[in-house]
Design a binder for this molecule. Structure first.
Ligand code: SF4
Ligand code: SF4
Ligand code: SF4
Ligand code: FES
Length: 946
């Protein structure tokens, strides 16, 4: 194995379809018009020396190293900024050019510390490479005059340093921050000799607007911007391409290693989801894999008040199997079940549902998608026939109007947000529908044309009002509807949305948004040449989550915004493999590929291959499992990679359910909150320690590759295999690729997928089968998967969760960039410097009414429970609305959320809780108790780890 090196073509590719032929160094080359001479030269294998150019950003032409001669033209133009011309005759290497380049390099090196041998970038430095490339052998000027070699380093960022003494002011970092990331945190300050790179208003990086995406570090050709891990460990010597295990963007990375030690994660340019970009989590926040609190040995205990006892894998697996068998013998076949993880691979998820269906003999399997995107599956399947988003991420490059609803891409899907921001800077228009003024509403060089700050819980009403404008103002794309949709369903729907109760004027009273703004946004969406909808949990986690997903599908169909690039209905999936866990048959009523368990033909196929009879009756969903546990009929659960106590609503209820079970088996990296109620703890493996695949928000199946041996001894898939075997249900796999082969064999949409194919082409988007051997980037081209597009009636039904005198405010929740979900991983990395605690955002008016000052402790109470946290006074939230994140277990927003849920899928209504906020002296009683318990668990974990 060696380091994977990707070619740097110097300048971005031209997208022109016109071709131009020219001659470079005597060779003829044909490239798209608009290509730089530098890039065209790469096509014939000639690398023109360069420093300020790199192919992730537009050329700038400042270093003067890439000069060429063009026949018939005076001077020596820069090849990075000069586009090719038909018939051009170019020389890249002449005596004159050689002398100029040497002179340029000599000047750079004369103001550069000559500490190459001890520099962290030795062997990985373009300045060093270029000195060699131009044949620089000696530097005539010393350090006597003024120079920059003694400047102080900025080490404020936890992950990278900025050493200005090594800076050549090439501005690659500045351009990467602007063009790739879209944050505009860096500038070149001053002029001439005094020019220097500065973060924010000449602040330390960590205090500036910098979001630590790493794009500048990536772009820097010198050691000026360097990862601290490289400085500590040394330059990596081999790399493995794998997939980030955080969010649903599914970025590809090169895990760069020294032996079995991970040195850095470098975004992979050929990764089709991220195109070489990253965010702070995937790029830097991988230290949790080595965190001292990680549990590496299996543990058991008889009752949950006993201390844990470390045991061998054999003993732990035997305990799981014998307990589950005992429970089934005593309470019946249906008394146990399992929960699959959206953090684990497709193969691991598939195995857990196979264990439950084939080994436990029931369908009591569910997944954490229950609490996030289950309405997406149901809603999109009903409308279009497929339970997934319609586009690939590249599609946004063709979008003219972006509609974001209930999503906060810059925090939750940052790499895709950067691509979206780029398109918006190019002129696409933006509509944001969100109770909170998310960053996308206004940021450098971007301003939403419409921000509709609706009251939480009124999405369906708002979308009906937008539909009302589209139908009553004649904005329907009649040809699309006629050609591709069920006409009678359309007519029924059109007459429903035209009713006066759906007019913007009436709906405005419900949503709190002016009719004028609703009408304007509707017209903009309907009139865009290509309009695309992007949505998140702010749509799904409601009592009408499924209704709102269907309403979005209705809008896209009515305006003809489906079936081509630039359009579509796109769920921004939260977790790395939430799409995959749904695809793999994790729901109690569905086998892989969303086929109902009651379908005899499908079931028989699985029965034959697995050699087990399968129950035709759907099993219990997660909330039903909890209810059954409290009723005394559900007694044992296998939870793989999911902290249900912290992530499911109404914590009190979940705690009671777990306490009522006789065998709770938790498989995870850390002793999570659920583990406090567990009898067996099986240490899990990280994404770095196993092979498999993740499926991202665009249905892209990407390889996860093992870069090190599992520290706990077994990868997660091997643990499930061992449990199955101990329960007498042997599964015949020696590698995850064989599990994928079985999935492909049994699942029509995966029929063409194999590890071999993925290794060959990088990644594919399902459906991938005979009809689409390389996958399907855009769905529903020339017709819907279900036949005709189905318009559904989406009547607005207000949630039962109502504000009143006791609970007058509405709480809604979300994420922050540096943290991830319940924070189990990111809280165990240096990312905590950006978010040490969850805070409550409250509008100045509501704060003043309650005598709350910025930073005060406040109590927040709902019908379900209460917690306390610090207040942050801000007008990002409207009066009457408060907001918090849910990353820290000592505040646990879900203590407050209720167990109201989506009518179709039971997805909890996390986004609307009626609450009261009042001043407080500090943490509430349960929080104090929790903190003591957590400290106790940490001590146990430490002892166990030692
Ligand atoms: S890390 Fe990202 S956001 Fe920060 S300065 Fe570099 S490019 Fe800009
Ligand atoms: S920090 Fe690096 S990328 Fe930025 S100007 Fe200096 S040398 Fe160039
Ligand atoms: S955007 Fe998501 S997938 Fe990409 S690096 Fe960040 S967390 Fe990982
Ligand atoms: S690489 Fe062309 S001017 Fe610097």
């Amino acid at each position: 194995m060696s380091l994977v090196h990707e070619t740097d073509y110097g300048t971005p590719a031209s997208k022109s379809s016109e071709m131009v032929t020219l001659t470079i160094d005597g060779q003829s080359v044909t490239v798209p018009a608009g290509t730089s001479i530098m890039r065209a030269a790469m096509d014939i294998g000639t690398q023109v020396p360069k420093l300020c150019a790199t192919d992730s950003v537009d050329a700038f032409g400042s270093c003067r190293l890439c000069l060429v001669e063009i026949q018939g033209r005076p001077g020596t133009p820069a090849s990075c900024t000069t586009p090719v011309g038909s018939g051009m005759v170019v020389s890249t290497q002449t005596e004159r050019l050689k002398q100029i380049r040497k002179g340029v390099m000599e000047l750079y090196i004369s103001d550069h510390p000559l500490d190459c041998l001890t520099c962290a970038a030795n062997g990985d430095c373009e300045l060093q490479d270029m000195a060699g490339a131009v044949g620089l052998r000696d530097v005539r000027y010393g350090y006597d005059g003024e120079n920059h070699t003694k400047q102080a380093k900025d080490e404020s960022n936890p992950y990278f340093t900025f050493d200005p003494s090594k800076c050549i002011v090439c501005s690659r970092c500045v351009r990467a921050c602007e063009e790739v990331q879209g944050t505009f945190a860096l500038t070149i300050q001053g002029r001439g000799f005094d020019s220097k790179v500065s973060a924010g208003m000449d602040e330390p990086f960590v205090e500036s607007e910098c979001v630590s995406c790493g794009a500048c570090v990536q772009a820097c050709p010198t050691a000026t911007l360097s990862e601290k891990s490289v400085i500590d460990i040394g330059v990596p010597e081999h790399s493995v391409v794998t997939t980030c295990a955080y969010c649903g963007v599914g970025c590809s990375f090169k895990a760069e290693m020294r032996g079995e030690e991970l040195v850095r994660m470098v975004p992979y340019k050929d990764g089709k989801a991220n195109r070489g970009h990253s965010c702070v989590k995937g790029r830097f926040a991988w230290g949790y894999a080595n965190h001292r609190e990680r549990i590496l040995k299996p543990m058991i205990r008889e009752t949950i008040d006993q201390p844990w006892r470390e045991v061998t894998w054999e003993v732990a697996i035997e305990r799981v199997a014998s307990e589950f068998k005992r429970l089934q013998a005593k309470y019946g076949r249906l008394a146990i079940g399992g929960i699959t993880s959206s953090r684990c691979t497709n193969e691991e998820t598939y195995l857990v549902q196979k264990l439950v269906r084939g080994g436990f003999g029931n369908n009591n399997v569910d997944t954490c998608a229950r609490v996030c995107h289950s309405p997406t599956g149901y809603g999109l399947r009903t409308a279009f026939g497929t339970s997934a988003g319609t586009q690939d991420f590249d599609s946004v490059e063709h979008t003219d109007v972006v509609l974001i609803i209930g999503a906060n891409p810059t925090d939750a899907h940052p790499v895709f947000a950067s691509r979206m921001k780029k398109r918006l800077r190019q002129g696409a228009k933006l509509i944001v529908i969100d109770p909170r003024r998310i960053d996308m509403v206004r940021m450098p060089h971007i301003e939403a044309q419409y921000h509709l700050p609706l009251r939480p819980g009124t999405n369906a009403a708002m979308l009906n009002a937008i539909a009302h404008v589209i139908v009553t103002e004649g904005l329907v794309n009649e040809k699309f509807v006629r050609d591709y949709c069920d006409l009678s369903a359309f007519e029924h729907w059109a007459s429903f949305v035209s009713e006066p109760q759906n007019s913007p004027e009436t709906v405005g009273l419900v949503t709190g948004v002016s009719a004028e703004a609703i009408r304007g946004a509707a017209r903009l969406y309907a009139s865009g040449k290509n309009s695309a909808i992007y949505y998140g949990l702010g749509v799904t986690e409601h009592s009408q989550g499924t209704t709102a997903v269907m309403a979005l599908a209705n809008l896209a169909m009515a305006t003809g915004n489906l079936g081509r690039e630039g359009v579509g209905v796109n769920p921004l999936r939260g977790q790395n493999n939430v799409q995959g866990s749904c695809d793999m048959g994790s729901f109690p009523h569905e086998l892989s590929g969303y086929r109902h368990i009651s379908d005899d033909a499908t079931r028989t196929m699985f029965e034959k291959l697995w050699g087990r009879p399968l129950d035709a009756e759907p099993g219990l969903r997660i909330p039903n499992m909890f209810d059954a546990a409290i009723d005394g009929t559900f007694k044992g659960i296998y939870v793989q990679g999911e902290d249900i106590l912290q992530s499911d609503p109404n914590t009190k209820h979940v705690r009671a359910a777990l306490a009522a079970m006789e065998c709770v088996v938790v498989q995870d990296l850390f002793l999570n909150e659920t583990a406090n109620y567990a009898h067996v703890f099986l240490p899990g493996s990280t994404f770095l320690e196993k092979d498999g695949t993740f499926t991202n928000a665009e249905r892209r199946i990407n390889r996860v590759r093992k870069v090190m041996t599992p520290k706990n001894g077994l990868a997660d898939w091997e643990i499930t295999l061992a449990i199955a075997k101990a329960m007498g249900f042997e599964m015949p796999y020696s590698h995850p690729s064989e599990i994928m082969d079985e999935i492909a064999h049994l699942t029509p949409t995966f029929a063409g997928v194999s590890f071999d194919l993925l290794d060959k082409v990088g990644s594919v988007q399902w459906p991938c089968n005979e009809k689409a051997p390389l996958g399907t980037p855009v769905m529903h081209i020339g017709g819907f998967a279900r036949g005709k597009g189905n318009f559904m009636i989406t009547e607005y039904v207000p949630t039962d969760e109502k504000v009143g005198p006791r609970f007058p405010l509405l709480l809604t929740t979300g994420r922050i960039l540096s943290q991830y979900n319940v924070g189990a991983q990111t809280r165990r990395t240096d990312n905590v410097v950006w978010h040490e605690q969850d805070v409550l955002e409250i509008h100045p008016h509501d704060a003043e009414e309650r005598g709350v000052r910025d930073g005060d402790w406040v109590k927040i109470d709902s019908r379900a429970g209460g917690t306390a946290l610090h207040a942050k006074i801000t007008d990002r939230v409207a009066p009457g609305v408060v907001y918090t994140t849910f990353h820290h277990p000592d505040t646990q927003a879900n203590v407050v959320t209720t167990d109201y849920s989506d009518w179709a899928t039971n997805c909890p209504e996390y986004k609307v809780t009626a609450v009261q906020v009042s001043p407080s002296n500090g943490p509430s009683d349960w929080q104090r108790e929790y903190n003591e318990q957590a400290e106790h668990s940490r001590r146990i974990a430490k002892v166990a780890a030692e």
